[in-house]
Design a binder for this molecule. Structure first.
Ligand SMILES: Nc1ncnc2c1ncn2[C@@H]1O[C@H](COP(=O)(O)OP(=O)(O)O)[C@@H](O)[C@H]1O
Ligand SMILES: [Mg+2]
Length: 285
């Protein structure tokens, strides 16, 4: 992994009062357009090796925040730094040297892979586009990455549709790591997978974080998943940060009503699921 030139106290990523507004065009030309704020003055720091869970209900601005960090959406206000150096806002990706370091993994594993490219080409894409490596060097690196994420290197010439959802997510992870990224932005990376497969992917992510010293921004609406993978958590509601801190503390004794409600809602769902699964066949609760 790339060694940080800065001292340990400098956050790897710092987000300071970042907001993003969207202009909503009215249904009729004579009506005025309105402005909505998807992310509202969000601030947080992430240190090397942290896994920060970002949790909140659908529409609270998690993906918008992720897209700003990865350079797919420009902040309307606020600033971000990487290793203490200002991160220029971008709509079409950060400059290559930064893109190399901050990579994103999406919710839909198959949909995020070009169906006509082989696994080898997909994983090698950052090695071509960001590092300009020659073919033979790329091939060795791709095989190494495939083993790292638990894919058999002899599948290098296969197409994405020949793989399961979990395997496609492994391809996405390998691609993100190809150019030695040190920050992964994971936007609901296991939500589309079966529960048993979810566990395998989460285990892989935990393992990779430890082995490679990676830093995660991990978006999820599932508190159990956040509890398993993340040492820190940030709770969002309506574009704003409600509270943030060490996962065990925030989820163990939430200070804010909203966090309590969120935990209560999850407990309610779990309870209902337990009742459903323990109910006699055909019974509805
Ligand atoms: N490109 C866009 N144009 C207009 N509104 C958007 C756009 N992207 C997101 N939004 C709005 O911003 C809010 C936050 O969305 P999002 O970040 O996707 O939430 P989450 O990921 O937490 O579900 C939503 O109300 C959504 O409709
Ligand atoms: Mg989202």
């Amino acid at each position: 992994m790339t060694a940080s030139p800065t001292d340990a106290a400098t956050p790897l990523l710092s987000v300071e009062a970042v907001s993003r507004h969207f202009t909503m065009r009215a249904a009729w030309p004579w009506q005025p357009s309105t402005r909505m704020t998807a992310v509202d003055a969000v601030s947080f720091d992430v240190h090397r090796g942290d896994a920060l869970g970002i949790v909140g209900e659908s529409g609270c601005g998690k993906s918008t925040l992720a897209r700003m960090v990865v350079g797919l959406l420009k902040p309307s206000e606020g600033s971000m730094t990487l290793d203490g150096t200002p991160l220029p806002g971008a709509e079409r990706g950060h400059p290559r040297a930064i893109q190399r370091r901050i990579q994103m993994i999406f919710q839909d594993p198959l949909g995020s892979l070009n169906p006509r490219r082989t696994v080898g080409d997909l994983i090698a894409a950052p090695l071509v586009g960001l590092l300009g490596w020659p073919r033979e060097k790329r091939r060795r690196r791709v095989e190494e990455l495939m083993s790292l994420v638990g894919l058999r290197p002899e599948f290098i010439h296969r197409l994405p549709h020949e793989f399961s959802g979990g395997q496609c997510q492994r391809i996405g992870i390998a691609r993100a790591l190809a150019a030695e990224a040190d920050i992964l932005i994971l936007d609901e990376p296991v939500s589309a997978l079966d529960v048993s497969i979810q566990a395998q992917i989460l285990e892989l992510l935990a393992d990779l974080r430890q082995k490679l010293g990676l830093t995660y921004l991990f978006i999820s609406h599932d508190l159990a998943v956040i509890r398993y993978l993340c040492n820190r958590v940030m709770v969002m509601n309506k574009g704003q940060v409600v509270e943030q801190g060490i996962t065990a503390e925030v989820l163990g004794s939430p200070r804010h009503d909203y966090t309590q409600t969120l935990i209560g809602a999850v407990m309610g769902e779990t309870l209902a699921a337990t009742k459903r699964s323990s109910a006699p066949d055909g019974a509805t609760l």
